[in-house]
Write a protein that binds this ligand. Sequence first.
Ligand code: SAM
Length: 299
Amino acid sequence: MARVWPASAARPLSGWPRLTKTSINDLLERHDLTPSRALGQNFLADPAMIDKIVRLAGVGPGDRVVEIGPGLGSLTLGLADAGADVLAVEIDRYLIPALTEIVERSQPDAGESVRILHGDAMKIDWAAELGDTSWKVVANLPYNVATPLVLELLSTEHRLTSYLVMVQAEVGERLAAGPGSKKRGIPSVITEYWGEAAVVGRVPPQVFVPQPRVDSVLVRINRCETPRVDAPFAELSTLVRAGFGQRRKMLRRSLSGLMDEAAIEAADVAPTARAETLDLEAWGRLTRQYCAGNDNTEG
Ligand code: SAM
């Protein structure tokens, strides 16, 4: 049976169509939906950009992909078209009927390669959803939860082995910032602890409906099998949060409640340095020294 599809939707040569500005506006109108600013709803409406994201994510046939916040399905269709099995987690129950309609109408065969899950990505029982296999994360993330969500997933989910996320430019640059950069902060060090991050593309506001006020970037993170420095995460996180909590201060001040100047020196770090200048190795040395100090105190 021929598939009915709005004439406004762009049709690639392969099986799944792409959403465009016209088809997104049509969907919003027919389902009486208004994009929610609180949920960061800026829908991708540019087939070329969607294909670029799928390509940069390295998604191919048989891959399992978690998409956080599928919205109306712009990226979902592109991922499915590349041959991936997609688990699409959407918090907004009002969008689900439109998303379901798009997926069902677009599916080129009887297979079910897209599973829609209604829920909050911050609260999903990922272990139950992902099983024993590894998954890729590909998402145009809502601005309000992008950083906490990425850090939480990196820190807790080893089954999520790579990420290609679209986020506000400022957020993405912070996730990938190296030592010495003014943009280096808590997200940079935590991300570096778990994997390798890089900004791999810029995205102008014009590709979205509605248009956001700021540019976005694409960030790729490959999660390593083991942390990239030999130091326990909880303690490293405590030090990093304290260090960047007062980022203008020297470490001897910002870490004063946790380590004294002698302990910072024993870790081969200058007590006069500021948090943003430290590389991951230095945070690792500080953490090991901090743990050794606590062990001695307790003993
Ligand atoms: N992926 C779609 C696209 O590219 O057009 C929509 C992206 S839009 C920037 C973000 C989506 O995330 C929205 O659909 C929003 O409802 C959803 N969202 C917001 N917070 C969420 C959360 N905590 N868990 C799951 N989805 C969420």
